[in-house]
Design a protein around this ligand. Structure first.
Ligand code: ADP
Ligand code: MG
Length: 473
């Protein structure tokens, strides 16, 4: 059987104030400290469109290759829920701001473009807060009116792996463009997954919608579980019913939440309080001109112009700050891109992960790291010494050269100084010398090791090898 998935992603737009009011959007405030009369749905208040939310939607639309609708319309989506004071959510229905476009994904060696249906602007609802015993509930309206862009894909995703690749690419893009902080724990990037299965040759099956999954790992598990469940159901003679399901991460299963019978009739109609959103061509042009190099283009450039592997190029372009730091390391070190990529991806990222810091929070700057990579590139430091220097530099403020001087890290490449050690090792090990001369090449590593020991690791191993060969042959 074949699986089909369509995703609806809610991206929280990174604005200071709400989509239709001046209240702050910052996360983590005291309940209801950031809900003004508009967010509370007080009679007599009127929504005012936040221009920044519009600009962010346009920016993302341009990057996704969507058509930016010159005129879109806000609509009221009516339903009753305690966290929705007005009794309706302001959204876009028949005329959304973005139409079409797509997201390029890669799974293994296969590339595919996931087509988008649309993306529309809307406001978020508040949330119900329950005490630990579910005896007491309260409503927190801080989130009410937070600007969202809901991005709807066509039903063209064929596996949980593709779904995750799509979500990760979209997540990278919204963060890259500064459209959203993408913080999944805080709910800034959430996804509903629509899943159906069918036999080859048949048209699309009945779908179930899994609500609000907020981690890549859970999306993958929830979709895989749901595909399996539907296949088992159909193969045992049953029928999938259209319904909304919830993913329970603890039990790794999806459960029915509400069926089609209880599906809402939202009675959409254009919001009379908001005029149609008419976009000025100049506004769109300004956003287009300000678009940065996009992650896909940058990844390809890293491969073609810098000669990086697909793996390194992909890693480095998952995050704009990381990729910018990588370019700053190249600029500061003058070293080859591959060497810089290694230092950024293994040492630096490793240390950041261990300290649970983002690249923006790094105590080590790209310029200081560049200073260290320069010393590796010019042969002053062995890779072992460089790692030692890196550790000393990471949490501190010293430059590479200061750390190298303080720790007395200096690779000895001078053939005069090394020659004495080479001679000494040769005369101390006559048996090994004889074996080497008789053809036991492996002993070269033994001699190098002896010299490293005598020099406390400061000898340049490449230079030592040259000298050894000269004298042993
Ligand atoms: P609704 O607004 O009721 O959720 P839509 O028709 O807008 O419904 O579709 C929502 C999402 O469901 C879209 O991402 C779409 O691609 C996906 N979808 C629609 N039909 C199917 C199907 N048969 N199987 C899987 N996904 C589907
Ligand atoms: Mg839906």
């Amino acid at each position: 059987m074949l699986a089909t998935i369509g995703l609806e992603v809610h991206v929280q737009l990174q604005t200071h104030s709400k989509i239709f009011s001046g209240a702050a959007t910052a996360y983590g405030a005291e309940p209801n400290a950031q809900a003004c009369a508009v967010d509370l749905g007080m009679p007599g208040t009127l929504p005012v469109m936040n221009a920044e939310a519009v600009r962010l939607a346009i920016r993302l639309g341009l990057a996704l290759g969507s058509t930016i609708a010159p005129r879109s319309v806000f609509a009221r989506k009516n339903y009753f829920y305690p966290d929705l004071p007005k009794g309706y959510q302001i959204s876009q229905f028949e005329a959304p701001i973005l139409i079409g476009g797509g997201v390029d994904i890669r799974v293994g060696d296969t590339e595919k473009r996931i087509a988008l249906t649309r993306a529309h602007l809307e406001e978020d609802a508040g949330k119900s807060v329950h005490d630990a015993f579910h005896r007491d509930s309260g409503i927190d309206l801080n989130r009410a009116g937070t600007p969202l862009l809901e991005i709807v894909s066509e039903p063209v995703i064929e596996s949980a792996t593709e779904a995750v690749a799509y979500l990760k690419a979209l997540h990278t893009l919204v963060r890259w463009l500064g459209v959203s902080d993408g913080n999944m724990q805080e709910g800034s990037f959430r996804c509903d997954a629509n899943v159906s299965v069918r036999r080859p040759g048949e048209s699309l099956g009945t779908r179930a919608e899994i609500k609000n999954v907020n981690s890549f790992r859970f999306v993958e598990k929830a979709i895989d579980y749901e595909i399996e469940r539907q296949i088992r159901l159909i193969e045992s003679g049953g029928k999938v019913v259209q319904e909304t399901r919830l993913y329970d991460a603890q039990r790794d299963e999806t459960r029915s939440m509400r069926g089609k019978e209880s599906a809402h009739d939202y009675r959409y109609f254009p919001d009379p309080d908001l005029p149609p959103l008419v976009l000025d061509a100049a506004l769109i042009a300004a956003e287009r001109d300000a678009l940065p190099e996009l992650p896909d283009a940058r990844r390809q450039r890293y491969q073609s112009a810098l000669g990086l592997t697909a793996y390194d190029a992909t890693q480095l372009t998952q995050d704009r700050a990381l990729s910018e730091a990588f370019e700053a390391v190249i600029a500061a070190s003058g070293a080859p891109a591959k060497l810089c990529a290694n230092w950024v991806l293994s040492e630096w990222q490793g240390a950041l992960n261990a300290a649970n810091l983002s690249i923006e929070q790094s105590p080590l700057s790209a310029a200081r790291l560049g200073g260290l990579v320069a010393r590796v590139h010019d042969g002053s430091l062995s890779s072992k010494m460089a790692k030692q220097a890196f550790e000393a530099m990471f949490a501190g403020t010293e430059s590479a050269d200061d750390v190298i001087a303080r720790l007395g890290l200096k690779q000895v490449s001078d053939s005069g100084a090394l020659g004495a050690h080479v001679d000494a090792v040769i005369s101390e090990h006559p048996a090994q010398v004889a074996q080497f001369r008789a053809g036991n090449e492996k002993l070269l590593a033994f001699f190098v090791g002896q010299i490293m020991k005598r020099t406390q690791g400061q000898a340049n191993p490449a230079q030592v090898t040259v000298l050894l060969r000269e004298r042993l042959q």
